[in-house]
Write a protein that binds this ligand. Structure first.
Ligand SMILES: [Zn+2]
Ligand SMILES: [Zn+2]
Length: 142
């Protein structure tokens, strides 16, 4: 939290209560959408409207405090940029998000560079399919 306060301050922003509340939710759980954050905090913080949550997330994203992720759901999910870089596999049945580490993708990017000369400086991959539980239950019970 201190770290985020510093980033905000360096850019001329204060760590307001609403910013603190949202960062804290994301410290507790990754891959939350704006609506999910809103649902979690509205009980304790009725002053925080959904549009404020969106605005705050936009600002935190602009300041690179959060990463914005698109899992093909038509809206974004967020996680703190201090989380170790990783990629996602999302189950289309239950929506579970599985994380897998960076090395496989680094390897892929290197292969692409070797073959095409394209230098990747940023990549974000989401795999789509079925998680173990969903693919298993379909196979077992139909
Ligand atoms: Zn993640
Ligand atoms: Zn699943």
């Amino acid at each position: 939290m201190v770290e985020f306060e510093q980033i905000l301050r360096e850019k001329g922003y204060r760590l307001t209560n609403q910013r603190r509340v949202i960062v804290r939710e994301l410290e507790g759980e990754r891959h939350l959408s704006a609506e999910e954050i809103y649902d979690r905090v509205k009980g304790e913080h009725p002053e925080l409207g959904l549009s404020t949550v969106y605005r705050t997330l936009d600002l935190l994203h602009e300041l690179e405090i959060v990463r914005k992720e698109d899992f093909g759901e038509g809206y974004s999910r967020y996680e703190l940029s201090t989380e170790r870089m990783h990629h996602h596999a999302r189950c289309r049945e239950c929506g579970d998000v599985i994380e897998f580490n960076e090395e496989l993708m680094e390897y892929l990017a290197l292969q692409v560079e070797r073959e095409t000369g394209f230098v990747t400086d940023w990549h974000e991959i989401t795999l789509h399919g079925l998680c173990r539980r969903c693919s298993g239950s379909q196979a077992a019970t139909g």
